[in-house]
Write a protein that binds this ligand. Structure first.
Ligand SMILES: NC(=O)c1ccc[n+]([C@@H]2O[C@H](COP(=O)([O-])OP(=O)(O)OC[C@H]3O[C@@H](n4cnc5c(N)ncnc54)[C@H](OP(=O)(O)O)[C@@H]3O)[C@@H](O)[C@H]2O)c1
Length: 287
């Protein structure tokens, strides 16, 4: 900072781009060379010129398993947010008579056949994977682990910026009974954190409620899930009890998972890492 007492300062930029500074009496006509100091002008100010800026294209979100129970909520939330939404699943477009389904770009592919998903990753800014399932231990490892690891690697190779994986909360003893399921989930999580250190988000819901379609029948899981959520969300300390604690993990709605998944996929400052069920409830209540 320059502080001058009893002095006057004037300045002008001359043609050689320097600034002439005079101080004290020198200003009134008796300036000597020693009164003058040339200060190099640090930079030239140029007048801004108008530039034609093209509007950035909206995020393109790829939902793996967009036809499923959770995936369909992710698609609906993303469409509501104005994103371009595509899905990849084995059977392609589901036979649904719902307007949102017509707005999704449906790709047929199988995560267990990596070559079938490369094209679907073109120009995609973020991926949400809702692919998972139950069966024999080896099948569960394959679909929750290998299939998602393939997708994570393909997305990383294509330069996708963010990847959200819908995983699952631990359920204590149940983990032991569903070994393949949980080993697969944790293997995918490890791959995600290594390939997407800054843009990888893992959602770990417990039971997810909402309306699940089985063929043409709609099953309102919310009738059980919503009251359970109300009761269980307030007894968090009990979930730390050995053995039975994890069974008290509150359920969350499929709409909440969809909302948080889309935010995690599109918000560049959404923190990478694991979001547990309480985090999902908290984020889903934010606008
Ligand atoms: N539902 C819950 O209560 C709950 C709780 C915690 C965690 N989760 C997790 O949330 C995720 C979604 O669950 P969800 O209940 O929505 O499952 P879902 O209804 O069975 O949906 C699975 C989706 O994945 C697709 N899919 C399956 N295998 C595939 C493959 N090999 N390649 C490509 N697409 C494939 C299916 O479509 P196609 O059959 O056409 O391929 C479908 O779109 C899963 O990872 C699950 O473990 C669910």
């Amino acid at each position: 900072m320059l502080t001058l007492y009893n002095s006057l300062v004037y300045w002008r930029a001359d043609n050689s781009s320097s600034i002439l500074l005079k101080s004290g009496n020198a200003f009134f006509g008796n300036a000597t060379p020693s009164d003058q100091r040339h200060i190099e002008k640090p930079f030239k100010v140029k007048e801004a010129e108008p530039v034609n800026v093209t509007k950035p294209s909206p995020h393109k979100l790829l939902v793996l398993g967009g036809s499923g129970f959770v995936g369909s909520h992710v698609c609906k939330e993303a469409l509501d947010k104005g994103l371009v939404v595509s899905s990849l699943n084995r059977s392609g477009k589901p036979s649904l008579n719902e307007p949102w389904a017509d707005k999704v770009i449906w790709n047929q592919g199988n995560l267990l056949e990596p070559a079938s998903l490369k094209d679907a990753m073109d120009n995609v800014s973020a991926v949400v994977s809702c692919v998972g399932g139950f069966g024999s231990n080896s099948f569960m490892y394959k679909i929750n682990g290998t299939a998602n690891i393939n997708a994570i690697r393909a997305a990383a190779e294509k330069g996708v910026k963010r990847f959200v994986y819908v995983s699952a909360a631990d359920f204590g003893l149940v983990n032991y009974l569903l070994q393949g399921y949980y080993e697969g989930k944790r293997a995918s999580e490890a791959e995600l954190l290594s390939k997407f250190t800054y843009g990888g988000v893992i959602l770990r819901p417990g039971f997810i409620h909402g309306t699940r379609r089985v063929g043409s029948v709609k099953i309102p899981l919310g009738l059980v899930g919503s009251p359970m959520q109300m009761v269980l969300q307030n007894i968090k300390p009990l979930t730390r009890l050995p053995l039975i604690g994890p069974l008290l993990t509150p359920p969350v709605s499929a709409a909440s998972v969809g909302k948080v998944a889309v935010r995690a996929a599109t918000d560049p400052v959404f923190p990478p890492g694991i979001v547990d069920v309480y985090g999902i409830m908290r984020y889903s209540e934010q606008n």
